[in-house]
Design a protein around this ligand. Sequence first.
Ligand SMILES: Nc1ncnc2c1ncn2[C@@H]1O[C@H](COP(=O)(O)OP(=O)(O)OP(=O)(O)O)[C@@H](O)[C@H]1O
Ligand SMILES: [Mg+2]
Length: 362
Amino acid sequence: MVNSESNNQHSKLYYQQNLPNQMVTAVIVLNKELRIQYVNPAAEALLIKSFNKLADQQLKSIFFNNPINDNRLNQLLTSGQEFSDSDVILEFFDRRKITVEITASSVDFDKSPHILLEFKQIDQQKQISVEAFQQLQWESARDLIRGLAHEIKNPLGGLRGAAQLLNKELATEQQEYTQMIIEQADRLTNLVDRLLGPNQLPNVSDQNIHVVLEKVAQLTSFNKPENVTIIKDYDPSIPDITFDPDKLQQAILNIVNNALQVLGPDGKITLKTRATSNKTINGKRIKLAMQLSIIDNGPGIPEKIQNTLFYPMVSGRANGTGLGLSISQTLINQHRGKLSCISQPGHTEFIIILPITEATKS
Ligand SMILES: Nc1ncnc2c1ncn2[C@@H]1O[C@H](COP(=O)(O)OP(=O)(O)OP(=O)(O)O)[C@@H](O)[C@H]1O
Ligand SMILES: [Mg+2]
């Protein structure tokens, strides 16, 4: 049992030093009727409601699901049995869902026993580990295919060379067969080179991203179908960033070309740039970054390939090789950036994030 002196210290800590107001953990205090008596600013942010709206509300009335069992809370009040649950999903009435870790303990508040709930949001940490896992899987798929492509490339060169020599020995009317071998070998070499992916390191310099986007828009306008409009939504204040313009252009064109292949009447492709802060790339927090979104209003990425979209040889098209996005991913990784995608029918958005470094900021 907590004595009254330490009670005093406790309240001092909470109310005079205003500790909960500075915490990143969301804190909610409930009375014995399980009604809200206090929330700190982190809890207001988590629940997207001010204390005025939350005061005296039943805890269960603010969630669509009932994430914490009332019996356990009552038991905590009567027997002091504290508990902690991880991976609890809080679902709100607007269908927003977040995953949290909840700790429930007893606390003296207003001179009587209350329940102290602490919510630690773990979605962000989870997202980072999912990303790290996907990156590892993508790298191993890429390495496997590269190894295979490498093994095919050497004998293919020999095969083509031999067919060429044979071609010279044959009379013109017999060259049809050797020509076919050479043609098919060239086709395969082309494919194998794409499977091997970009093999040179980027040749970087400080540049304005919009110069590349203008080039992409221009190239696209030459071979785009009539039904497609390109919309530019640039943030002109973005400082120069460090990149290889040819490689970045290729990465963006692969994405734009995919959109062109799926867009129907009234197709739109938007090239949108923004400066953004506090992004994570490969688990590292980046203070300032450039975010380029390539958005189309097409049918969306087929559900069955959404999780493996960036893997080599994953395609949703009958005649696709499934290499475009894998190559874009390699190119963006070479720039220490991040390529991701969100997609639903009518809105597919590929997001490229490239860090803005101190050196290029001025
Ligand atoms: N904007 C988009 N809208 C709908 N589906 C898309 C979009 N972008 C990509 N996809 C799907 O993702 C698949 C993989 O794309 P990716 O560019 O890697 O390969 P591909 O286009 O099939 O072949 P390649 O680019 O090698 O010719 C596509 O086949 C398509 O099904
Ligand atoms: Mg493609």
